[in-house]
Design a protein around this ligand. Structure first.
Ligand code: SF4
Ligand code: SF4
Length: 367
């Protein structure tokens, strides 16, 4: 949470206070450029901007959610670049992380809104129930009213996780609470969707880093997601892709194909129709990712992935939105992946694959 003693520090000053040298700071800027998928030539400009970047106030609202998004961001086992950026923001309100409760917590939210009017960022995880305001309330305030009230003075909104971005699990059929996404309610502020169930921590902090560096949000795709992270499909970046192209598929979790690392498409992998950065940023400080661990992609960063059929059923391909995403009409079977992959590669040739994982230890190795 916010530390009043460092409230006016720039990011450069804050990092030096944490023992990061000038050389380490430049390495940090290189890693940040990589995180935002910007070319190395941008590093001096990023260094200059981050040296002067002041702590932005962030109000984090949690609605119909499972706290997985917060867990994803805060459960790192070692200091990372993500931690450094996350520590730099002034997190003025967050149900799970704040010490204050009840009236004190609500007073902190109102103070942050008042003191930083027009400049603060609102992060939302969870969907908003419209059927009955009583389904989800905070301090007696409905999620809908709290969202509208808090966003009114914000500079931008980051919808974190597939529930905030697309409605997520609460929105799954029959959607008993009438759950909707943030962008279905907020029309007069910039909203960036950082989808995933949960979203990748590097992607959350990459968006924050972009805001810190450039004072605005990155370029978005037609679903409101940052193109640098969601510009290519899981399938296009997957190391099992050569097996897919050769038609070599695992049929069960313990057959010869599984042992040889063949493609998981026939076991339900939704990688061909899912856009996310898991294959390059990976999870748990770059340790691995689901497909590398032997399990197909569930499509968690796409709208309505819960309603797309069985996770282990290769032919239960989500239709509608997915077909639109990949620019195809009626599609089915293996041909879907091949066609989508080809279209995607051509259309997104300039999308980024430079993401890399850098730890604080890496920063200091070069100091
Ligand atoms: S279908 Fe899945 S496992 Fe196979 S290449 Fe594509 S993303 Fe990788
Ligand atoms: S591999 Fe697929 S289901 Fe797994 S986290 Fe990444 S996008 Fe979500």
């Amino acid at each position: 949470m916010a530390d009043s003693k460092t409230e006016t520090k720039t990011l450069g000053e804050s990092l030096r206070q944490q023992g990061v040298s000038r050389r380490g700071f430049l390495k940090f800027c290189t890693a940040t450029a990589s995180m935002m998928a910007l070319p190395p030539a941008m590093v001096p400009a990023i260094a200059e901007a981050l040296e002067k970047a002041r702590r932005p106030s962030v109000i984090w609202l949690s609605f119909q959610e499972c706290t997985g998004c917060t867990e994803s961001l805060t459960r790192a086992h070692a200091p990372t670049i993500e931690n450094l950026i996350f520590n730099h923001i002034s997190l003025d309100y967050h149900h799970t992380l704040q010490a204050a409760a009840g009236e004190g917590a609500e007073a902190a939210r109102e103070a942050a809104m008042h003191e930083n009017h027009g400049k603060y960022i609102v992060v939302v995880d969870g969907s908003i129930p419209l059927k009955d305001p009583g389904f989800s309330t905070i301090a007696g305030i409905s999620n809908l009213d709290m969202l509208k009230e808090t966003v009114a003075g914000a500079a931008a909104v980051i919808a974190v996780g597939s529930c905030a971005a697309f409605g997520g699990l609460p929105h799954a059929s029959p959607n008993p609470t009438g759950a909707v996404s943030v962008s279905e309610i907020i029309k007069d502020k910039p909203v960036v969707n950082v989808s995933g169930c949960p979203p990748i921590p590097t992607v959350i902090t990459g968006v924050l880093a972009h805001f810190l560096t450039f004072g605005g949000l990155p370029e978005l795709d037609d679903l409101g997601r940052p193109k640098v992270f969601y510009g290519q499909s899981i399938h296009d970046r997957c190391y099992r892709r050569p097996f897919y192209d050769k038609g070599l598929f695992a049929e069960t979790f313990d057959d010869e194909g599984a042992r040889k690392g063949w493609c998981l498409y026939r076991m339900g992998c939704k990688g061909p129709m899912t856009y996310n950065a898991c294959a390059t940023t990976k999870w748990n400080q770059g340790t691995s990712w689901p497909v590398e661990s032997g399990h197909g992609c569930l499509g968690c960063s796409e709208p309505d992935f819960w309603d797309g059929g069985g996770f282990y059923n290769a032919i239960s391909i989500p239709d509608g939105d997915i077909a639109r995403n990949i620019g195809l009409g009626a599609v089915a079977g293996v041909a879907v992946g091949a066609a989508a992959g080809m279209l995607n590669r051509n259309a997104k040739a300039d999308a980024v694959s430079r993401h890399e994982t850098v730890t604080v230890d890496d920063l200091e190795k070069t100091s």
